[in-house]
Design a protein around this ligand. Structure first.
Ligand code: FES
Length: 181
């Protein structure tokens, strides 16, 4: 009892009572499945390209999930699909879904590198800003030091002048005393 998967053209032997989904997954063939065969997700639908007469018809459970869509596209839940003869399963729709989800996925490695370079760019930018800030701070410190130096110099000059004035006063008093004496 054989199952052929197209468009991959992979032919596999299926065990009695084994589902098409299980056969595919056991052999590394991708079929989307969220519920792992509960069935509740309806993601595992496939087309039967050949051998419809070799499969069991959909159960009430399967029909409840896929609803009237089954009568439109004839797709079956591969997790519920079991055969008793050779069939050909068309996975074109599954491949298209997979490709679409890959395209939508968050950025891969190459794009991460791009992201990281953007991050690097930001870091460089931040470093630049930091340097600017540091430069500004250094400038401010220089200005503060200059002001402090000037103030100190002015204070020293003021004190020196006071000292000179005081000495001058003492000398004047001495002179006055000398004249009187
Ligand atoms: S795997 Fe979810 S319905 Fe078939």
């Amino acid at each position: 009892m054989k199952v052929k998967f197209i468009p991959q053209n992979i032919e596999l032997e299926i065990k009695p009572n084994q589902s098409i989904l299980d056969l595919a997954h056991t052999n590394g063939i991708h079929i989307q499945s969220v519920c792992k065969g509960v069935p509740s997700c309806a993601e595992c639908r496939v087309n039967l390209a050949d051998g419809e007469h070799n499969v069991f018809p959909p159960t009430k459970k399967e029909l409840n999930l896929i609803g009237t869509a089954y009568y439109v596209d004839r797709r079956r839940l591969s997790c519920q699909l079991k055969c008793f003869g050779d069939v050909t399963v068309d996975l074109t729709h599954q491949i298209e879904k997979e490709n679409a989800s890959i395209a939508k996925r968050p950025r891969g490695k190459a794009q991460k590198e791009g992201e990281s370079s953007a991050v690097m760019g930001n870091i460089i930018l931040e470093e630049g800003k930091l340097k600017d800030v540091q430069k500004g701070q250094i400038k401010q410190i220089d200005l503060d030091l200059n002001r402090a130096e000037r103030e100190l110099l002015a204070e020293e000059t003021r004190l020196a002048l006071e000292k000179i004035k005081r000495r001058q006063k003492v000398d004047d008093v001495k002179e006055e005393d000398g004249e009187e004496g």
